[in-house]
Write a protein that binds this ligand. Structure first.
Ligand code: HEM
Length: 508
């Protein structure tokens, strides 16, 4: 069809723009140019068809832009249609050939084939994060770097972080309740939950080496960074563009993070006990038995924390917001969470939470796991094929293509999760049930060498926020026609931002 339209255009062009008075040389230039453009467009289609072979997907690609319009306003319905078209299917955007993998088998194969495929951020990613950030390492260099960073998520380290998470969550819920006292109407928690998450992560990563005054501004600047992560941006980061603003925001944030690293080093050198991730990192490097790299500069430590904030902020906010929405929409499940809280915390909600307490909150953990399954914050991750990738015996993904494993179908597979759209935490309590015995389907945090490094911290954070919210507040969901619709802003959010009416518990 694309070529037919193009032939029409050529015909019309030649009939209406070729008056007899036009000199012959101009006409010949005109026909040559049209011929070259026509040839290039035909080549574009031929290359697309050659790469696509038998896989599902449009037979022709829209010249030059491909499915650009769809990628500007992504919708779950649009993605679902693509995923349902086959375990492997293709699209093309701006001549980037993309293979979408929707089945569990192919998704895992891509994530676990570092020889062929590596993570590929959106085009603006390197400009925004900084191309020298560790997240762009691959292969052995990546494995070595990650080995050190894994030490920041040991149980001992998570125990240090929990106290900070607990106090920041309480502080924010007190603020939420104060605002609700002034105006009790339902309000979206989208931005307030983001803010609570950002402060929690900043405190966990940098402790009080970041002054109170900088926290809000860092949060605002991070929103500029999130907004810049569109699939396609204006190519040059000129002043006024989203990417430009995001780069300025990164410089601002990095200034505070570097300062925090230097303060942490001083505090640990003075014999202080680790109170945050940076402190823990510095003190691990000073341990006598530590054999890893020791010379991390303030800049490198700041870059790592920046990457953690970058990777976590949106996904954790999505997880928390849907956690609230699921609990508010299922009062029976919220009641069970509260009963468990009463039992484990023995009615003393002021006492800080400990890891041992969280271990005992098995139902709460099932709630978090299920909420992330029903609405996975990250539905897919873009990878790029560094060489031709024989994904099965009938198809080889061409070198240079994008290949995008999707997690949604794995997480909504009715064979593994009967009634997959139902929010049903009980499915995680049966040790022999299909959910528990098919761990390979739970791709919320990815799989393979780039699997989320913060998965335990993230689940702990969401659990802690929901636990404290359940015991401190009553929350009523004002359901709107948009509550069940999904907005994709890098991660998933309810389209109305989850409108909650809050009040102190027992006073509703
Ligand atoms: C609910 C919250 C979160 C979700 C759903 C999530 C999900 C993911 C996913 C799907 C990936 C890609 C995995 C792959 O390619 O196989 C990833 C990678 C990553 N995540 Fe998370 N994440 C979350 C929270 C966090 C947090 C809190 C941190 C930091 C403390 C973090 C740090 C990272 C990093 C650094 C990577 C890249 C790892 C690498 O390349 O080695 N994430 N995450």
């Amino acid at each position: 069809m694309g070529l037919d339209v193009h032939a029409d255009m050529l015909y019309n062009a030649s009939s209406s723009y070729a008056p007899s008075s036009v000199p012959v040389t101009t006409l010949s230039w005109f026909y040559t140019t049209v011929g070259i453009i026509g040839g290039l467009l035909a080549l574009e289609q031929a290359v697309y068809r050659y790469k696509k072979r038998h896989l599902p997907g449009a037979n022709w690609t829209i010249p030059l832009i491909g499915k650009f319009a769809d990628s500007m306003s992504p919708s779950m319905e649009g993605y679902q249609k693509q995923w349902d078209s086959g375990p492997l299917s293709v699209i093309s955007v701006f001549n980037i050939f993309i293979v979408m993998a929707s089945s569990n088998q192919y998704a895992r194969k891509i994530l676990n084939s570092p020889m062929y495929a590596e993570p590929a951020l959106v085009h603006s990613g390197k400009q925004v994060i900084g191309s020298d950030n560790w997240v762009f390492l691959t292969g052995k260099d990546h494995v070595e770097y990650r080995k050190v960073l894994n030490l920041l998520f040991t149980r001992k380290a998570l125990g240090i972080y929990l106290g900070l998470q607990d106090s920041v969550a309480r502080k924010h819920f007190t603020q939420w309740l104060n605002s609700a006292a002034a105006d009790p109407s339902a309000k979206p928690i989208m931005m307030t939950a983001r803010q609570a998450n950002m402060e929690t992560s900043l405190r966990v990563f940098c402790g009080y080496h970041i002054p109170e005054t900088a926290v809000d501004e860092i949060n605002d600047k991070y929103w500029l960074i999130t907004q810049s992560l569109e699939l396609v941006n204006f190519p040059l980061p000129l002043p006024g563009t989203k990417v430009y603003k995001a780069i300025q925001a990164r410089k601002f944030v990095m200034h505070w993070l570097e300062l925090a690293a230097s303060k942490s080093k001083l505090a640990m050198a003075d014999g202080g006990a680790p109170e945050c991730m940076m402190d823990e990192w510095v003190s691990i490097m000073a341990e006598p038995g530590y054999k890893g790299r020791k010379d991390f500069s303030n800049y490198e430590m700041a870059q790592v924390v920046f990457s953690f904030l970058f990777a976590s902020q949106d996904a954790m906010s999505s997880g928390v917001i849907y956690g609230f929405q699921h609990l508010a929409d299922h009062p029976d499940i919220l009641e069970k969470v509260r009963q468990e809280q009463d039992r484990v915390r023995m009615g003393n909600y002021q006492a800080p939470m400990t890891l041992e307490m969280l271990d005992e909150m098995v139902y709460l953990q099932a709630v978090v796991k299920e909420s992330l399954r029903v609405k996975p914050p990250v539905t897919m991750v873009p990878y790029r094929c560094k060489k031709a990738f024989p994904i099965n015996e009938n198809y080889t993904v061409p070198a240079g293509s994008m290949v995008i494993p999707s997690f949604y179908n794995s997480l909504h597979d009715p064979e593994v999760y009967p009634q997959p759209d139902k929010f049903y935490p009980e499915r995680w309590l049966d040790s022999k049930g299909s959910a528990k015995s098919n761990a390979q389907n739970y791709l919320v945090f990815g799989s393979g060498p780039h699997k989320c490094i913060g998965l335990e911290y993230a689940q702990m954070s969401i659990a802690l926020m929901l636990a404290n919210a359940a015991v401190l507040m009553d929350f009523e969901h004002e359901i709107t026609p948009l509550s069940s619709k999904v907005e994709i802003i890098a991660t998933l959010f309810p389209k109305d931002g989850c409108r909650l009416k809050l009040s102190p518990r027992g006073q509703a």
